[in-house]
Write a new protein. Structure first.
Length: 233
């Protein structure tokens, strides 16, 4: 069955409550739940769930879209940029993305998707790629294209620049968390990592004369087994 199209900004408060219930189920039990199980957890009828989301895959798709909607492109509002606003928007995006990918719900979604990859047991991996990764890419690429249009960035391939930025921000953080290392970095550590990544990205892609790049805080990762990030002033 083809699920109804639900842009994440169109979810009603009640639908968001249902999707949050799905995320909590995935954290506790993986994705083996039924629509009936979701209905009980969310105090909602199966008929309403089918009306809203179409079928189980539609419910999973909406859940991933709702999770991905937590990643925003900072303070960028489509207006012309200067280097200060661009760097701040990149830092905000990066810190926000780090908090999402290191959250228990995101880790649970990825663990389930990886465990079922290639087995045919679940479409969650494909759903995550199409509705999680691509949704995040669209938001960041819009910011990068605005920076290019404003003459601040020199980007030949937006997809390559997008991947470079995410690589600088995330590094191996999510892999280590997925493998059980922890705890996840706190807000201050995420902001420091984000600032450093934005500075490194602009060192690679900023046009000369586009404006001064403000130095980010250096971030040092402690030895394996201690994922709290130390921040040098």
């Amino acid at each position: 069955m083809t699920e109804p199209n639900h842009p994440e900004t169109d979810f009603t408060p009640r639908q968001r409550e249902v999707l949050d219930a799905v995320l909590q189920l995935i954290v506790r039990e993986g994705d083996s739940f039924s629509v009936a199980r979701v209905a009980r957890e969310a105090s909602c009828s199966k008929e309403t769930l089918y009306k809203w989301f179409g079928d189980r895959d539609g419910l999973l798709t909406a859940t991933v879209r709702w999770q991905a909607s937590q990643v925003t492109a900072g303070e960028y509002d489509g207006l012309p940029l200067d280097m200060v606003r661009l760097q701040a928007a990149l830092e905000d995006f990066a810190a926000n993305w780090l908090s999402v990918i290191s959250s228990p719900t995101s880790l649970a979604l990825n663990r389930v998707a990886v465990s079922h990859a290639g087995s045919g047991k679940s479409r969650l991996g494909k759903i995550l790629l199409a509705n999680g990764r691509e949704a995040v890419a669209d938001r960041l690429k819009a910011l990068l294209q605005a920076g290019q249009k404003s003459g601040l960035l020199n980007i030949v391939d937006t997809e390559d620049a997008f991947r470079t930025f995410l690589g600088l921000v995330g590094r191996d953080l999510q892999i280590r968390l997925l493998l059980g290392e922890g705890p996840a970095p706190d807000s201050a550590a995420n902001k420091a990592r984000a600032a450093r990544a934005a500075e490194q990205f602009l060192a690679l892609f900023a046009n000369e004369g586009g404006g001064k790049i403000h130095p980010g805080k250096a971030v040092q990762t402690p030895p394996s087994g201690q994922l709290e990030l130390a921040i040098k002033s």
